[in-house]
Design a binder for this molecule. Structure first.
Ligand SMILES: C[S@@+](CC[C@H](N)C(=O)[O-])C[C@H]1O[C@@H](n2cnc3c(N)ncnc32)[C@H](O)[C@@H]1O
Length: 218
């Protein structure tokens, strides 16, 4: 059965308010009173939209809020492709975030419709916690990243607050999952990702890593 969160993501009215109302509020909630997540998020946006000729994949792009920002910074043949399985989210993306270097595609993150080793950067922001079977998606992010390319994840993390009795079960009723501190980091490492950096900001975690380039025989 679909969770409340999954139904919300497929709701046309929700897609309309997501980028400018829901996402900023939700980002703030991740810091619960502080600004750590907002600050990190701003820095991450600047980093992801730095100028460069890159091929970027934004997995579970929603209405394309990050896809467009990333695309805006690209140069040369650079492109950012956003994939999502919600038709209302993609309709909103096409209406409001369709810039020259952005493209949107309906697809399931469990079976990303691109070949191995394709993208310079693969992002998956604010989505893994909504996906019932998220760890195979982490493997997919790594699969489509080219050797030397970067994987960027933002998701939930268990903290003292969310580890209080009943919190995870209550939150889980809506379909929202809270990851243990090591789960995403370990899955990335198990898939071969190196230089894994985890930054915990309040109730959220940003995890960045690099898919290693193959070692050439001497
Ligand atoms: C909260 S939005 C995140 C949007 C954007 N990445 C951001 O950071 O604001 C989560 C998105 O994940 C999408 N999603 C959930 N499960 C998915 C799946 N299995 N495949 C593709 N998209 C999925 C939902 O449709 C929704 O648009």
């Amino acid at each position: 059965m679909e969770s409340i969160s999954q139904r919300l993501m497929r709701n046309a009215a929700f897609a309309e308010i997501y980028e400018h109302l829901w996402r900023p509020t939700f980002t703030r909630l991740f810091s619960l009173g502080g600004r750590a997540t907002e600050d990190y998020d701003r820095a991450l946006r600047a980093y992801l939209s730095r100028p460069g000729d890159r091929l970027v994949l934004d997995v579970a792009c929603g209405p394309g809020n990050y896809t467009r920002r990333i695309a805006d910074g690209l140069t040369g043949d650079g492109r950012c492709i956003g994939i999502d399985f919600s038709a209302p989210m993609l309709a909103r993306a096409a209406r409001t975030n369709a810039v020259d270097r952005a493209a949107f595609l309906r697809a399931d993150a469990h079976a990303i419709p691109f070949g191995d080793n394709t993208f310079d950067v693969v992002t998956c922001l604010a989505a893994l916690y909504l996906i019932p079977d998220p760890l195979p998606v982490v493997d997919e992010l790594v699969r489509v990243t080219r050797p030397g390319g970067e994987i960027v994840v933002f998701t939930s993390v268990a903290t003292d607050l969310t580890s209080l009795p009943g919190v995870q079960r209550t939150v889980g009723l809506s379909g929202f999952r809270i990851f243990d501190e090591d789960t995403i980091v370990e899955r990335l490492r198990a898939a071969g990702v190196v230089d894994v950096e985890q930054t915990i900001t309040g109730q959220g975690q940003y995890v960045l890593g690099v898919k290693p380039a193959p070692v050439m025989p001497a």
